[in-house]
Ligand binder design. Structure first.
Ligand SMILES: *Cc1c(COP(=O)(O)O)cnc(C)c1O
Length: 236
């Protein structure tokens, strides 16, 4: 069997497995599949695999480094809806804007200000997530939870970005159930942000859950799950 056929068969099997698990997590928590947006994270795979993902109906794709994403973004352009999910250096904002529909990793004022300036110059407003380091792990990016409200106040006037919601990454846990407090914490922060009416409009989205822990994230209210290895795989 040729390589592409094999890759496709393996992908079909992963899709069946992941979609069944998403649906089961939705049923357990009284939610529907339509409430969950899958961001297929293509950072580990080649543009041929991106082709396959698009053909299978996964149009929202995530990348975490501009240098690695460039070739894929240029090849597929508007066929995909690209989300920038990784740590974003301020000097890369100019490359990312206009090409990515959404940025999941806004975690400091200097970055928010730069997005605002560059977006205004393009006449756009970019949907963004505020990344919060709920777990407090030192290796993780994101604002400490106790700084979220003040941060939201500081960026509320920046018209070049529009806050869609909050994003977090849970630590890798051998037992995914252990991530639950992190995801629950992010949902509570979102609700608190809305209750205080700090931003111009309520935020609805929660970008949380990856290959290892997406089911728990769905049960805790995730609206976007970012799936790499479990869905698109890690090679070819
Ligand atoms: C790589 C990455 C993912 C996907 O990781 P998997 O564990 O392979 O699903 C999700 N979110 C971010 C921010 C990432 O960098």
């Amino acid at each position: 069997m040729d390589e592409r056929k094999l890759a496709e068969q393996q992908f079909d099997a992963r899709i069946a497995d992941v979609e069944a698990r998403i649906s089961a997590a939705c049923s357990r928590s009284g939610r529907t599949r339509e409430e969950i947006q899958v961001v297929a994270v293509t950072k580990y795979v080649s543009s041929d695999m991106v082709r396959l993902a698009l053909d299978k109906g996964y149009k929202v794709l995530g990348e975490n480094r501009w240098q690695d994403a460039k070739e894929k973004v240029e090849r597929f352009g508007d066929e995909a809806v690209w989300h920038f999910i990784g740590h974003l250096q301020t000097n890369k904002v100019k490359d990312v804007l206009g090409r990515f529909a959404c940025i999941h990793s806004v975690d400091r004022i200097s970055l928010a200000t730069e997005i605002h300036k560059k977006a205004e110059a393009l006449g756009i407003s970019v949907p963004c997530f505020i990344q919060v380091n709920v777990s407090g792990e030192e290796s993780k990016y994101g604002l400490p939870p106790e700084q979220l409200m003040e941060f939201a106040e500081q960026i509320r006037g920046l018209q070049g970005l529009s806050v869609a919601g909050l994003m977090t990454m849970a630590p890798y846990e051998a037992e995914p159930e252990s991530t639950r407090p992190v995801f629950r914490g992010l949902r509570q922060l979102r609700d608190e942000l809305n209750a205080k009416s700090i931003l111009d409009k309520p935020v609805t989205e929660l970008s949380m859950g990856m290959s290892n822990d997406f089911e728990v994230a769905i049960e805790e209210g995730a609206t976007m799950i970012r799936l790499g290895s479990v869905l698109v795989g890690t090679s070819s």
